[in-house]
Design a protein around this ligand. Structure first.
Ligand SMILES: Nc1ncnc2c1ncn2[C@@H]1O[C@H](COP(=O)(O)OP(=O)(O)OP(=O)(O)O)[C@@H](O)[C@H]1O
Ligand code: SF4
Ligand SMILES: [Mg+2]
Length: 328
């Protein structure tokens, strides 16, 4: 395991006198070196909160993060330089993640300088090399973000992340803000880079179709908690949790050619993060077609039901174990 979390939680103070927001509650994940962990869930379930905690941009309220076997001091702010180098975050909107005043060479060169990765006279060549890795020509070095298309800007953001020579990329919906026509290009680029550089990916998406093409393991989150996790094929082909089954049913039947595929829409939801940990019962109960009396009384815990395939659901765990392969 290269990156892991143990019972990671984040509580935000409520805005405008509202109660605190439990954005993340007891989340434990494990990323193996060179592999991809897909994190999926609808808006507000805590995906970006998890990304920010992993990258050290925020401190957890409770729980811990470990990198290459060592527990990180989560209260170091800012994170240590080495941690900040090893775990790079790629955001959804490349234009807002790049400084509009810097040229491509300046933006990437800044990372090389901060981490003292190349001599000053070698910066231009290294930037050109990094651009080549993301399939952009050298002439892009003088461009500013506003002169780049969304896809080009995301390639620059990826090159900038790679400049740090990381072991892990946390990719927070890296294609969601892009035109459908360029999504497949960026996905293919990420797959190639992972292969070439043996990178570990935490790939975050609200779109199960995106996650399925890149993940080795999948974690499904609902209101700040993991409701299902396991090997990607088990989670996709034999989902245990009713929520995952609803997500799977909302995805157009697999078309390996991502190009031209419309973004999958998740089922309608009131996905407000949990405002308290005190409610008894299953958080999914108000939407669940399979709810039983016990679901209102006690909260199901995440447990392995089939090898390393785990779910947090009374019905999936009980004698009335869900059957069938899809739909819900
Ligand atoms: N700084 C903050 N202060 C208060 N609440 C916050 C803060 N950041 C996030 N939240 C709340 O925490 C919850 C989780 O937010 P988060 O951005 O992690 O969700 P997400 O899964 O990334 O959603 P999306 O798919 O829309 O990006 C949301 O209810 C959000 O409003
Ligand atoms: S515990 Fe009950 S309400 Fe919750 S997902 Fe399972 S069946 Fe549905
Ligand atoms: Mg988000």
């Amino acid at each position: 395991m290269i990156l892991g979390t143990d019972q990671l939680s984040k509580v935000y103070r409520g805005r405008g006198g509202r109660p605190p927001v439990h954005a993340l509650s007891g989340v434990s994940i494990a990323l193996e070196a060179g592999s991809t962990l897909g994190i999926v869930g609808e808006s507000g379930c805590g995906k970006s909160t998890l990304a920010r905690l992993l990258a050290g941009l925020e401190s957890p309220t409770a729980g811990s993060i470990s990198l290459a076997g060592a527990t990180l001091d989560s209260h170091t702010s800012p994170p240590s330089r080495e941690r900040a180098r090893l775990i790079q975050l790629v955001f959804q909107d490349p234009h807002s993640s790049l400084n509009p005043r810097l040229t491509v060479e300046q933006a990437i060169g800044e990372v090389l300088r901060v981490h003292a990765l190349v001599e000053r006279r070698r910066v231009h060549d290294r930037v050109a090399e990094l651009l080549e890795m993301v399939a952009l020509p050298e002439r892009f070095v003088t461009r500013h973000p506003h002169e780049l298309s969304g896809g080009q800007a995301q390639r620059v953001a990826i090159a900038r992340a790679l400049a740090a020579q990381p072991q892990i990329l946390v990719l927070d919906e890296p294609t969601s803000a892009l035109d459908v026509s360029v999504r497949a290009e960026i996905m293919n680029l990420l797959v190639r880079l992972q292969d070439e550089l043996q990178l570990g990916y935490v790939f975050i998406s609200h779109d199960l179709a995106m996650v399925r093409h890149i993940s080795d393991e999948i974690v499904v989150m609902y209101l700040g908690k993991i409701v299902e996790q396991g090997p990607y094929q088990r989670v996709l082909d034999a989902p245990l949790h009713p929520y995952t089954r609803a997500l799977a049913a909302a995805v157009p039947v697999a078309d390996p050619d991502l190009a031209g595929q419309p973004p999958a829409r998740l089922p309608a939801a009131q996905a407000a993060a949990s405002t308290g940990a005190a409610e008894a019962g299953c958080q999914y109960e108000p939407r669940c077609p399979l709810a039983e009396a016990i679901c209102r009384q006690s909260e199901p815990v995440l447990r392995c039901l089939d090898g390393s395939h785990a779910a947090a659901c009374h019905v999936a765990a009980g004698p009335a174990r869900l059957t069938g392969t899809r739909g819900g």
